[in-house]
Every structure is written in C-alpha cells, then in structure tokens.
Design a protein around this ligand. Structure first.
Ligand SMILES: *Cc1c(COP(=O)(O)O)cnc(C)c1O
Length: 366
C-alpha cells in the first residue's frame, strides 16, 4: 500500500511494562512506578465523587462547555482562547497537522519531549533539533538561528522533560521577541503547577502581547488524572479558531470533562501536592549531593540523575527491587535515570535502594 514513506521506519511509542507484568516477572509483591511523572498521590477525592454521577450513552459535549467556562474564569482568559485535547499529546498532534508538511520545518530543543519530533516526522516536515546547553537550558540563540522562511513552529518545553529545568521569564520574552511573527511558538507547560521558581514565565501575560504564541497545559500531571486524558491550549482567539477544524469533534470524553472540572475546583489539593513534591525533590537532591551525583535542578515532579554508568543497568537494578523509573537511555541521557518524585516513604525506600546500588558498585570496582 501507499504508506507515507516517513512512517515506515518510525517506531511506535514504546509504553513501559505494565505493573502487573513486572510483578509477575520478578516475583514481587509490591511495585512502585516512578517512571511517567504521574501524581503519586492520585487525584482529588472530589474527582471520584463527580465521576460516579454520570451515564455513558451520549456523545461528549464537543465544545467542552463546562470545563471551558470554568477554566476561562480560572485563567482570566476568554472562552474562545481555549482548545481542549485528549491529553496535551493530542494538541501537539493538532498543531503539527495544522502547520507542518513536506518542505516546512520545525525547531525544538534536544533532548526534549519526544512527541514534537514524532509528529513532525509523520507530517513529513523537517525537525531541527538544537542540543541543550551544558546546564540543560534551551539554546535559545541557536534556536533563533535555525529559523528560516520555511519554519512554521518552534517548541519550547519549560520545565523541560526530561531535564526538569525552566526558562526564566526575561530569557523567554527576549526569545519570543526575535521569533518572526508568522512562526508559532508553543510553550509546553505540562509541569506548570509544580513550579515554585520566582522567575518562571508569566505566559498568560505574554499571550496578551504575542499573537504567535500557544501555551499547552495538562490535567495529567499535578491534577492526577492522566488516565482520563485532558490537556488544553491557550492562545489568542485567532490561533484557536485556525486550529479548531483539525480537532476531532469528540476528542475529550465526558468522564474526562467532568473529572477536569472537579480537579480544577480543588486548588487546595494542587497546592498540597506542589508542596509535597518540593519536599520529595529535596530528598533526592540531598541523595545526589551526598553521593556526588550530577543532576539538573528541577522545577517539575521528576529529577534526572546522572549515575555515570549505564542508565539501563541502574533501571534494571531498581526494577528487580520493585521500583520502576525511566532509563535515560531512551531520553538522550544514557548514563542517567529519570525518577518521578513519589511519596515521602516511596522516595526514602528508593533512595535506600540506590545507595545500596552505589555501595555494591564500589565493592565490585575494588
Ligand atoms: C506528560 C507531558 C505531556 C503530555 O501530557 P498528556 O496531557 O498526558 O498528553 C506533554 N508535554 C510534556 C513535556 C509532558 O511531560
């Protein structure tokens, strides 16, 4: 058949092993998954309550009326400045489908979130990957230099996955100033609600000034409903208007919409999770410092730790002891692992196992 040539060698997304399968394979009773940056505390209890009150026979509200109105109020934007997706992943796809095709190109940092490039490849566009600077920051100057007349989209991920660091507001603003007005800048803020840094960007302020900007956020991370798939984009109304025809009509399920409203309402829960995350992050930072392991300071709910040996090996050691993390190998950091910050107890136990790994390693090398 006449498949697009570029998808023939494109590997499909490789999901992590299912937790039950890991339990069986290694004969473990308990397993803790700190691999996908989900909320270790789950979602607000009010989400479950809201979900129990709904039938399944009707199509979802394609306009997402309730969550749209609630979110517009919460963010202080107009309702026509929002677009909803089956996860932020879906919005990356919609943006790519709307702007990219063979002959066009798109600029992004590398390593960064894999889906920017993946979708560019499917659309037949060229992905211009600009290596991160040594400190894990986006090389914004080189990203500007990579833009030409055929560039349609520039991706900025802040905090960046998998490094966790954020771009300061002044740097981001200076960057957007230099991007041509007909090139869409996407700021992926999947970890927005975990950030505590004072100099984090005020992207909603930037949106008032820049027409060529869209901000992506998600209910999958701090809101704890990754399974239900709700993400959204915020932009000026013209941009949303242009993207809407490319969105599937019923891309956000009824349950997802109901859950998102309930989750949004419980901001105390969000705040509590943000604070617990910072405490958990401090546990991992202390571990790294006392063992002289390099890490990137993270404003997200994960930390990339450089063990100076094969990340796959560390991953394997940890999974056999009941902890699933993400090897940095597939993320562009072969000697690191990316760890999602868990509950205090989970963090302590994982740190103990990592200490044990370092001890054994030392003994072996003597
Ligand atoms: C998790 C993540 C997403 C996707 O989130 P979903 O809403 O679950 O699709 C997008 N961008 C980044 C950087 C992420 O880490």
């Amino acid at each position: 058949m006449k498949w697009k040539e570029q998808i023939l060698d494109l590997p499909p997304y490789k999901p992590g092993k299912h937790m039950d399968a890991v339990k069986r394979e290694y004969g473990l009773e308990k397993i803790v998954k700190l691999a996908s940056n989900e909320n270790p505390f789950g979602c607000s209890p009010s989400v479950r309550e809201a979900l129990s009150k709904n039938g399944f026979e009707r199509y979802p509200d394609g306009y997402a009326t309730v969550i749209r109105s609630e979110l517009a109020q919460f963010l202080q934007v107009e309702e026509n400045q929002l677009i909803f997706g089956n996860g932020a992943d879906n919005l990356i796809q919609i943006i790519s489908r709307s702007l990219l095709f063979p002959g066009r190109n798109t600029v992004m940092a590398s390593p960064s979130f894999s889906q920017y490039k993946h979708n560019a490849v499917i659309e037949g566009a060229e992905a211009r990957e600009i290596p991160l600077l040594e400190d894990g920051q986006h090389d914004l100057d080189s990203m500007i230099a990579a833009i030409d007349a055929n560039t349609a989209v520039v991706w900025v991920c802040s905090p960046n996955n998998p490094t966790g660091n954020h771009i300061p507001n002044d740097k981001l603003t200076a960057f957007i100033d230099k991007v041509p007005e007909d090139v869409l800048v996407v700021i992926d803020e999947a970890y927005h609600d975990y950030v505590v840094a004072d100099d984090y960007h005020h992207s909603l302020e930037l949106l008032k000034k820049y027409k060529n900007l869209i901000v992506l956020r998600t209910f999958s991370k701090i809101y704890g409903i990754a399974a239900l798939r709700v993400g959204y984009g915020i932009a000026q109304a013209d941009t949303i208007h242009a993207l809407e025809p490319v969105r599937e009509p019923f891309n956000v399920s009824t349950l997802a919409q109901i859950a998102a409203v309930a989750a949004l309402h419980d901001q105390d829960y969000v705040k509590d999770c943000r604070e617990k995350n910072r405490k958990g992050m401090a546990q991992f930072e202390a571990f790294c410092t006392s063992n002289q392991l390099n890490f990137f300071p993270s404003q997200a709910n994960f930390i990339l730790i450089d063990f100076g040996t094969s990340g796959d090996e560390v991953f394997q050691y940890l999974i056999e002891r009941g902890y699933i993390v993400r090897s940095g190998n597939a993320l562009g950091f072969p000697t690191s692992v990316r760890v999602t910050v868990g509950s205090k107890e989970e963090n302590s136990e994982l740190i103990e196992i990592m200490e044990q790994y370092l001890q054994e390693k030392k003994l072996l090398s003597k």
